[in-house]
Design a protein around this ligand. Structure first.
Ligand SMILES: [Ca+2]
Length: 154
């Protein structure tokens, strides 16, 4: 009688045996690679999104402050001077009996989303009949192509 051959283990059996021993090195490496790819692809996307949210918030602030400045102008017949600044929207000046402020919500002049003050000047270089109001933008410096202002078209 011939000696019966040992039946070769099927591929499924082999894989099952490997599984029962936990993750293989290859599998662990694969997981690490996937995590690394996610970190590279997804994280900057979220960062970019929060940056965009800040730019939008700065634009909203500028709209709100502009509205307050226009209300101030209606009441007082002029805009605050550059020296007086935006503080005049919340602090009653001694020489302005028609002041009906505060003109800003929560009696507070907001800083931009990068914690820098909004820049106000009157008459504006760009809005010569009104005022210039802008944020330095993400680079927190004057210029650089990322300023958010009240004279550029969005
Ligand atoms: Ca800038």
């Amino acid at each position: 009688m011939r000696h019966s051959m040992v039946r070769p283990r099927s591929l499924a059996d082999t894989l099952a045996a490997q599984r029962s021993g936990g993750f293989t090195l290859i599998e662990l490496l694969l997981v690490l690679v996937i995590l690394a790819v996610l970190a590279v692809v997804v994280v900057p996307k979220f960062t970019g999104r929060s940056q965009q949210a800040k730019v939008t918030a700065a634009g909203t602030d500028i709209s709100n402050i502009s509205l307050a400045l226009d209300l101030f102008e209606i009441d007082c017949g002029r805009y605050p001077t550059t020296e007086e600044g935006l503080l005049l929207l919340i602090e009653e000046p001694g020489n302005q009996p028609d002041w009906k402020g505060p003109y800003l919500k929560r009696n507070h002049v907001p800083a931009d989303p990068w914690k820098k003050p909004y820049v106000y000047s009157v008459p504006g270089q760009h809005n010569q009949r009104g005022y210039d109001l802008y944020s330095y933008g993400p680079n927190m410096q004057d210029g650089g192509g990322d300023d958010i202002d009240n004279w550029s078209q969005p």
